[in-house]
Design a protein around this ligand. Structure first.
Ligand code: ADP
Length: 480
C-alpha cells in the first residue's frame, strides 16, 4: 500500500487493515486478532497518517479515525471468536445427541426389559470410565425396605441424589441432582446415587461407584442426565412388563376358576338330587336323621346354585327377560314368597303410585330374587320385633324399591365389601346366613338389568338397601 500511498484514502487503509484483522481472527483465534488490531493501529498511524514516519498526528480528526478503527477491529475479532465458540459448542452437542440417541436406541431395543437395564448400565460405566454402575429397582413401587442398602432405600423414598465419600460419610448432592454438581478435579466422592424419575415418581436408583473418586465434567454430566432418563424409562418398562405378565397370569387363573366353579356346580347337583331323593325315602320309613340330611342337601343345593349363578353372571351369560312389569306384581309375588320365612313378622309395604302405575323394564323372576334376598337378610340380621319396611316409588328414570330394617346396620368400612362374593363380616354367627353370596349375586343381577343395588344406613338405626331398576312410561291402556 506504501507504493501508492498518495492515492489512498484513510477509509481504504482502514478497510484493508480490518480485512487483515478479520482474516487473522478466523485463522488464529481471538489473541491473534487482537494483536493484529493493535499492530494495524500502530502501522496505520506510522505509515498512513501524516506526518508519515512518526506517531504524531497533524489533523486531530485523524485520532477519531484511528480510535474508531481500533474499536471496530477489536469488536469484530471478539465477535468472530464468540461465534466460532458457539458453533463449536453446537457441533459438540450435536455429536453428543447423536451418540446418545444411538446408545439409547441400542439399549432400549433389546428384547427383554431386564437386558435393557444391563445394557444401559454397561454403557454408562464404559463411557464414564467408572468401576461400577448399577441400577437398583425396588421390587414393587413402595417396598423400598426390600432394598438392602439403606442409602439406596433412602434415595428411592426421598427422590434426592446422594453422595458417598471415601471416608464413609454421606451427603446430599446440592440442588438435589448431581447434574448441577461440580465433580471436577480429584474428588473424594466414591459413589453417587441418582434417583431415576419418570413422571414425578422415583422408579429406581442409579448407582455410580469408583473407589478412585468420581470426576464428572459438564459434558459427562449432561450425558449422565440423559442416560439416567433412559435408565428410568428402562426401569419403568421392566415394571410394566412384569405387571402385564402378572395380569395375564391372573386372567388365566380367573378363567380357570370360573371354569372350575361352573363344572363343579354342574357335577355336584346330580349327586345332591340323589341324596335328597334317598333321604326322602328314609323319612317315610321313619328315620329321624332323614330330615337333617334333606335340610343339609337343600342348603348345599342352594349354595351350588348360587355359585353357578355367580359364575354365569360374571361371564355375562345369565338369560334375562327384560319386559315391562308393574311394581305391584313384583311386590305381590315377593309378599307371597317370603311370608313363610318371616315367621309372622310384619312386612310393611308402601307403593307410592301417584297418578299412574309404577312400571319398569326388568326381569320379573330375577328381580324377585333380589328382593327376596334383601327381605330375608333384613329378617336374619335384625332382632325380631320391628317390622321390615318396603317402599317403592318413582325416582327420575328409576323404579326404586327400598328395603329397611332396624338391625345393627353395616359398619362404614364394610359397606362395599358386603357386596363382594364370599364376604361376611368377621365375628358374625356362622349359622346365620349363608356363604356370603346373596348380596354379590343381587348386585350383579341389578346391574345386569341396568339397575343398581346400594346400601345406606338408616336414620334412627338400621339398614336400607335400595334396589333401582329402569322405570318405564306406558299409558295404562297399553298394559291392559
Ligand atoms: P350371607 O347372608 O350369606 O352372609 P349376603 O351377601 O346376603 O350373604 O350378605 C353379606 C353380609 O352382609 C352378611 O353376612 C351380613 O353381615 C351383611 N348384611 C346383609 N344384609 C344385612 C342387613 N339387613 N343388616 C345388617 N347386615 C346385613
Amino acid at each position: 500500500m506504501l507504493a501508492f500511498r498518495s492515492r489512498l484514502d484513510k477509509a481504504h487503509t482502514a478497510l484493508v487493515y480490518l480485512l487483515v484483522v478479520l482474516a487473522g481472527s478466523v485463522r488464529g483465534g481471538r489473541r491473534l486478532g487482537l494483536a493484529l488490531a493493535a499492530s494495524a493501529f500502530l502501522l496505520f498511524n506510522w505509515f498512513f497518517l501524516p506526518p508519515y514516519g512518526t506517531f504524531a498526528i497533524r489533523d486531530p480528526l485523524d485520532w477519531l479515525v484511528l480510535v474508531a478503527f481500533l474499536i471496530a477491529s477489536a469488536v469484530a475479532a471478539e465477535m468472530l471468536h464468540r461465534e466460532q465458540r458457539r458453533a463449536e459448542e453446537a457441533r459438540r452437542r450435536a455429536q453428543e445427541v447423536d451418540r446418545l440417541a444411538t446408545l439409547g436406541a441400542e439399549a432400549l431395543n433389546v428384547a427383554r426389559a431386564d437386558d435393557a437395564l444391563a445394557a444401559i448400565s454397561r454403557v454408562i460405566r464404559d463411557t464414564l470410565r467408572l468401576a461400577e454402575c448399577r441400577i437398583h429397582v425396588p421390587p414393587t413401587g413402595e417396598a423400598d425396605s426390600e432394598l438392602r442398602d439403606p442409602l439406596v432405600a433412602w434415595a428411592v423414598r426421598s427422590g434426592q441424589a446422594v453422595l458417598r465419600h471415601a471416608d464413609g460419610t454421606t451427603g446430599l448432592a446440592p440442588g438435589g441432582m448431581p447434574f448441577e454438581l461440580s465433580l471436577e478435579g480429584p474428588t473424594s466422592v466414591s459413589a453417587v446415587l441418582i434417583p431415576l424419575r419418570v413422571r414425578d415418581r422415583t422408579v429406581g436408583v442409579l448407582e455410580l461407584a469408583d473407589e478412585r473418586g468420581i470426576v464428572l465434567d459438564p459434558g459427562q454430566r449432561r450425558f449422565l442426565a440423559a442416560l439416567a432418563y433412559y435408565a428410568a424409562l428402562g426401569v419403568e418398562r421392566t415394571r410394566l412388563s412384569a405387571e402385564a405378565d402378572r395380569a395375564a397370569v391372573l386372567r388365566e387363573a380367573d378363567r380357570l376358576k370360573d371354569a372350575l366353579i361352573a363344572s363343579l356346580s354342574h357335577d355336584l347337583r346330580t349327586p345332591l338330587t340323589t341324596i335328597k331323593a334317598l333321604a326322602h325315602d328314609l323319612r317315610s320309613s321313619g328315620d329321624p336323621r332323614a330330615e337333617t340330611i334333606e335340610d343339609e342337601a337343600d342348603r348345599l343345593n342352594r349354595l351350588v346354585a348360587d355359585l353357578l349363578d355367580l359364575s354365569r353372571l360374571q361371564a355375562g351369560t345369565v338369560p334375562l327377560q327384560l319386559e315391562l312389569n308393574a311394581a305391584d306384581d313384583l311386590i305381590g309375588a315377593l309378599v307371597q314368597r317370603v311370608s313363610g320365612a318371616l315367621n309372622g313378622r310384619e312386612l310393611r309395604v308402601r307403593i307410592e303410585e301417584g297418578e299412574s302405575l309404577l312400571i319398569g323394564r326388568f326381569d320379573l323372576a330375577q328381580s324377585l330374587r333380589v328382593l327376596v334376598n334383601l327381605v330375608e337378610n333384613a329378617h336374619k340380621y335384625s332382632p325380631p320385633g320391628p317390622p321390615i319396611e318396603l317402599r317403592a316409588w318413582r325416582e327420575d328414570a328409576s323404579l326404586t324399591i327400598a328395603v329397611s330394617d332396624r338391625g345393627p346396620g353395616v359398619s362404614q368400612d364394610e359397606r362395599d365389601r358386603i357386596f363382594e362374593p364370599f364376604y361376611r363380616p368377621p365375628g358374625q354367627t356362622p349359622d346365620v346366613g349363608g356363604a356370603g353370596l346373596g348380596l354379590a349375586i343381587a348386585r350383579r343381577l341389578a346391574e345386569a338389568q341396568c339397575g343398581s343395588l346400594t346400601y345406606e344406613s338408616r336414620a334412627g338405626g338400621g339398614s336400607t338397601f335400595t334396589f333401582r331398576l329402569p322405570a318405564a312410561d306406558v299409558p295404562e291402556a297399553e298394559l291392559l
